[in-house]
Design a protein around this ligand. Structure first.
Ligand code: 5GP
Ligand code: MN
Length: 335
């Protein structure tokens, strides 16, 4: 695995221009960063007339469909054969915003079996060794910030236009929850400054993402705050468990719970939160921390997942009725 640096820029450029087919792949349940970083690269390489595709393991949320070229994304859960074929015929595969093959769900085999040269552009800790080239910086706000650095290294930054900048800004803004976390480095703001110079409409992007909820989602949020938020002051922790029946009562659409996990962090003395959402064949977990408590380690140990020190996710394969006991035991175990 070679680390992509300025010295390697010629090698990478050659690799890209020799590639007859390039595929970019993001993670399962793609978020603003996965979609923003993928589409930034897609829109950039299109300018060079590269034969390039973007594949996602599952559907992107509606609020990201305003991103330029989002309609070009091949979604595995809709077009499984096409997605698999793209990975197998590609000369180069660029993996963005994930570092573990488990994160691509049912595309894992196709990704591992592909003979393509693989490049990872990411910001999660402890990358797995399944790629040929890597840029990974856990200090970076987002994969989108890494993509920006990658574009600089390969000397294409003069090709970043408003369209590409919009994609990159979306990734940085969403992963930092509008610059409230993971965004204390000057470099992040220097990059944002450069994107602003390209004419992005930052307030419009914010509104399209954060002021675009359905009334059902807002009512579900009310229910969650009123009835479902459990607080354990002695552990500075809160948790929320939502079963399918409750979700259906509020016409739950994929992604409607986005942001709920952060709600309890506004409470004095609460600095660790978990949410559990019942899906068809597993329970989706999300955890957040504003203290030194490492939710990446916690998710790896208890939720078959991972992520960052302050934001992690995972999956549980137990009955939703067992979740409360499970989390209470897990929390007791750590103290
Ligand atoms: P979220 O809670 O928003 O789904 O995810 C928070 C962070 O944890 C993200 O950085 C995401 O990439 C990571 N993450 C979410 N789900 C999983 C998972 O199932 N496995 C691993 N390893 N990381 C996850
Ligand atoms: Mn990210």
């Amino acid at each position: 695995m070679k680390i992509i640096t300025k010295q390697l820029s010629q090698e990478i450029k050659q690799l890209l221009s020799d590639s007859k087919k390039i595929t970019i792949i993001g993670h399962y349940a793609p978020d603003g960063d996965a979609v923003g970083s993928s589409l930034a690269l897609y829109n950039l390489f299109k300018k060079y007339s590269y034969d390039i595709s973007v594949v996602m393991p599952s559907f992107l949320p509606d609020y990201l469909k305003m991103l330029p070229a989002s309609d070009k994304i091949i979604v595995y859960s809709k077009e499984d054969k096409k997605a698999e074929t793209l990975l197998s015929i590609s000369d180069t595969i660029i993996c963005v915003d994930f570092n573990s093959t488990k994160r691509v769900g049912k595309l894992e085999k196709a990704l591992l079996n592909s003979k393509a040269v693989k490049i990872m552009l990411d910001h999660h800790p402890e990358p797995e060794n399944f790629v040929d080239y890597i840029i990974s910086n856990t200090e970076a706000s987002s994969a989108s910030e890494i993509i920006y650095e990658f574009i600089v290294i390969i000397g294409m930054n003069n090709l970043i236009d408003k369209t590409i900048a919009t994609c990159l800004y979306t990734g940085i803004m969403t992963d930092t929850i509008n610059f409230s976390v993971n965004s204390s480095r000057k470099r992040t703001f220097d990059i944002v400054g450069n994107l602003l110079e390209l004419g992005i409409d930052k307030d419009k992007i914010y509104s399209q993402i954060f002021n675009n909820y359905s009334a059902d989602r807002m009512r579900l949020a009310g229910y969650v705050l009123n009835k479902k938020m459990k607080i354990l002051y002695e552990h500075n922790t809160a948790y929320i468990i939502l079963n399918k029946k409750e979700l259906m009562e509020y016409n739950y659409k994929n992604g409607d719970h986005e942001g709920f996990v952060n709600f309890p962090l506004s409470i004095k003395e609460i600095n660790v939160t978990h949410i559990f959402i019942e899906k068809d064949d597993y329970i989706k977990t999300s955890s957040r921390s504003t203290s030194n408590f490492d939710v990446n380690k916690f998710a790896r140990k208890y939720f078959n997942g991972g992520g960052h020190k302050k934001a992690s996710g995972g999956k549980l394969f137990i009955n939703i009725n067992e979740v409360e006991n499970y989390i209470l035991n897990a929390i007791k175990n750590i103290d």
